[in-house]
Design a protein around this ligand. Structure first.
Ligand code: CA
Length: 224
């Protein structure tokens, strides 16, 4: 889909844009409301992901102005506080859905899939299945199997494996893996990556040997 992300938090905006692009979306990024409105006037935007707290005009007002223009694009609000008042204001302003920060990227991805299905009744985007040797990961059902046998992974382990499967054979630094599996946490150290890679390898059994240590750099999923 063609997405417009309106988010003034620079790091969050950058991380979300990259993850969404990895999810095969086209993403325009605006860091204030007026720029968001300008970009939304362009053609072909399917969904606006709209932060409520913006430096100039609020996301609520952006949504109202978009609806006043008569735009049909879906609006997904990102709110900082989970208060009924905020949610109601967002929905009243014309938002189709909302997410409360902090949220897991997987949840945002799922909401976007739901919005895209609503936008085009009866159509469903073909969902990618990521495979490396005996390991298979289905991004729709979030199921992981090794030689067809289901493996139960925690959300972090799942995100790490997803990152490895998207970059087979490529050495990924601990920082890259941190950005992927802990996108909104600032207090996580690279040691956490080592710990979770260890858990992941253990759960994958013999197939876990495919996750190779690249000394002094990070990890790599063997695609051989
Ligand atoms: Ca904000």
């Amino acid at each position: 889909m063609h997405l417009l992300l309106v988010e003034d938090d620079e790091r969050l905006g950058r991380v979300l844009k990259r993850l969404l692009e990895e999810d095969r979306h086209v993403v325009d990024l605006a860091t204030d409301g007026e720029t968001g409105l300008d970009l939304a006037a362009g053609d072909g935007i399917d969904v606006v992901i709209l932060d409520v707290g913006l430096p100039d005009i609020s996301g609520i007002e952006v949504a109202q102005r978009l609806r006043r223009r008569g735009t049909a694009m879906a609006i997904l609000m990102l709110t900082a506080r989970d208060t009924v008042g905020d949610r109601v204001a967002g929905l009243d302003a014309g938002a189709d859905d909302y997410l409360v920060k902090p949220f897991a990227f997987e949840e945002l991805a799922a909401r976007l899939r739901a919005l895209s299905r609503r936008a085009e009744p009866g159509t469903r985007r073909p969902e990618p299945r990521l495979v490396a040797g005996p390991i298979a990961l289905d991004e729709t059902t979030r199921r992981v199997t090794v030689k067809g046998t289901p493996v139960d992974l925690s959300p972090r382990e799942f995100s790490l494996l997803e990152c490895f499967l998207r970059h087979p054979g490529q050495t990924l630094s601990r920082d890259q893996l941190l950005d992927q599996a802990w996108p909104y946490s600032v207090a996580v150290t690279p040691n956490a990556v080592d710990a979770y890679v260890h858990y992941l390898r253990t759960k994958l059994g013999a197939a876990g040997d495919r996750v190779e240590t690249v000394r002094g750099v990070g990890y790599r999923l063997s695609d051989a």
